[in-house]
Design a protein around this ligand. Structure first.
Ligand code: S3P
Length: 430
């Protein structure tokens, strides 16, 4: 059982770990090439390691992750795995790998941990089956899943959900199957796959919420060796931003954070709530915008987060809800039903946990409403092994006079292995 610690003044400079979404994509696409790729700044976490393990089972050579060293990937023609591909807790590994496997003429079985086995997969398996992959799963919508890929058909797919995992699975199927694909989303989701494909020179075009991959040439895997540099993860940086905003004094410089607009909805919302976050030294890394963030502590006021904003901050809702619990007034998150099918039922657990520590939160249909207060928050929260719940409540636990007990803290290792020591490092004695 972990107890959060209370501190009042932030200061210094910190760098978040590498971007999880981009790391998965960089590893998968590199493993599909028949060349050598050097990836600098990749995330070394439980989820990223899962993708590497699965890719090794298919034949790719991937160096062990060593702190501070670029990861070398030597891709090659994938071959049938001799055992089940275990995606652990990682929905991105599962869904993107299904897409990448769809164009390969062999059978593979994918599974995951108890959380991942509960998550919906039909959103990916349906369009992949429509492209011609043969897919069977145990219960009709979940892992374990058997996939037999091969010759695929082109697809134009109107996705009912704004999901980068769905979009990326179809794009990867188009790439490995050598067929053109079009994905139309209700609202634009994170576009890292599109940016990576563009960076590598693939013929991919984006118009509003429509993405078209015009098929890849048969010999695209013979691409010349290349280097990729991955920015810091804005979703991990968000916890540092949150802790700095909640502190009583001080300012924090967070270096090398990805500021891709499909990921930074939380910064726009925080600004609306009164936070002061400045983007400095804007630059680019492998087709992704990057900046340093200067954050100052500041009181917050409630806001309304509308449905169209949700995809750009989907992973930051637990943190924003925690911050809303300290804001003046009410914060409403519209149309957040997707939270029910994340690593845990985040909608239920955010609400129950905020209430368990003396906060006010309510689910109204598909909306989440949090009412802020300056009262100390005290009690035990059940994080259900969900990394983002763990880190969100740990941030809330840094506020003066609060006393929050986390049911576990290990899950932070899914995306941010050094989170607790970094959180400690932010604070100087007041
Ligand atoms: C991700 C997409 C999002 C996000 C997840 C990572 C990705 O999921 O919540 O943490 O890397 O593509 P959905 O595609 O289910 O929205």
């Amino acid at each position: 059982m972990a107890r959060t610690s209370r501190r009042v003044k932030v200061g210094g400079v910190i760098r978040p770990p590498g971007d999880k979404s981009i790391t998965h994509r960089a590893l998968i696409v590199s493993a599909l090439t028949h060349s050598s790729v050097s990836i600098t700044g990749s995330l070394d976490s439980a989820d990223a390691r899962r993708t590497a393990v699965v890719l090794r089972q298919l034949g790719a050579e991937i160096d062990s992750f060593e702190r501070g060293r670029a990861v070398q990937v030597r891709g090659r023609q994938w071959t049938a795995p001799s055992s089940t591909l275990d995606c652990g807790n990682s929905g991105t590994t599962a869904r993107l790998m299904l897409g990448a496997l769809a164009g390969h003429d062999f059978r593979a079985r994918l599974t995951g941990d108890s959380s991942l086995r509960r998550r919906p997969m039909l959103r990916v398996t349906e369009p992949l089956a429509a492209m011609g992959a043969s897919i069977s799963d145990r219960d009709g919508d979940g892992m374990p899943i058997d996939i037999q890929g091969g010759k695929l058909r082109s697809i134009s797919y109107e996705s009912p959900v704004a999901s980068a995992q769905v979009k990326s699975a179809i794009l990867l199927a188009g790439l490995t199957g050598g067929v053109p694909v079009t994905v139309i989303e209700p609202v634009r989701s994170r576009d890292h796959t599109e940016r990576l494909f563009k960076f590598l020179g693939f013929d991919i075009r984006v118009e509003g919420t429509t993405v078209r991959l015009h098929g890849a040439t048969e010999n695209w895997p013979q691409i010349a060796s290349f280097d990729l540099t991955i920015p810091g993860d804005p979703s991990s940086a968000a916890f540092l931003v949150g802790a700095a905003v909640l502190a009583e004094h001080g300012e924090l410089l967070i270096e090398c954070v990805g500021v891709n607009p499909t990921r930074t909805g939380f910064l726009a919302v925080l600004q609306r709530m009164g936070a002061q976050v400045e983007q400095l030294n804007l630059r680019e890394m492998a087709g992704e915008p990057v900046a340093d963030l200067m954050v100052k502590s500041h009181p917050l006021t409630g806001t309304e987060i509308v449905a169209d904003e949700i995809p750009s901050l989907i992973d930051e809702i637990p943190l924003l809800a925690a911050l809303a619990a300290r804001a003046h007034g009410e914060t409403t998150f519209r149309s957040v039903g997707e939270l029910r099918v994340k690593e845990s039922d985040r909608l239920a657990l955010i609400t129950e946990n905020l209430r368990a520590i003396g906060g006010t939160a309510e689910i109204q249909g598909e909306d989440l409403v949090v009412v802020g207060s300056r009262q100390p928050l005290r009690g035990r929260v059940e994080t259900a092994g969900d990394h983002r719940l763990t880190m969100s409540f740990a941030v809330l636990g840094t506020t003066p006079a609060s006393d929050i007990e986390l049911s576990e803290s290990e899950s932070a290792g899914v995306s941010y292995p050094n989170f607790f020591s970094d959180l400690d490092r932010l604070f100087t004695d007041a």
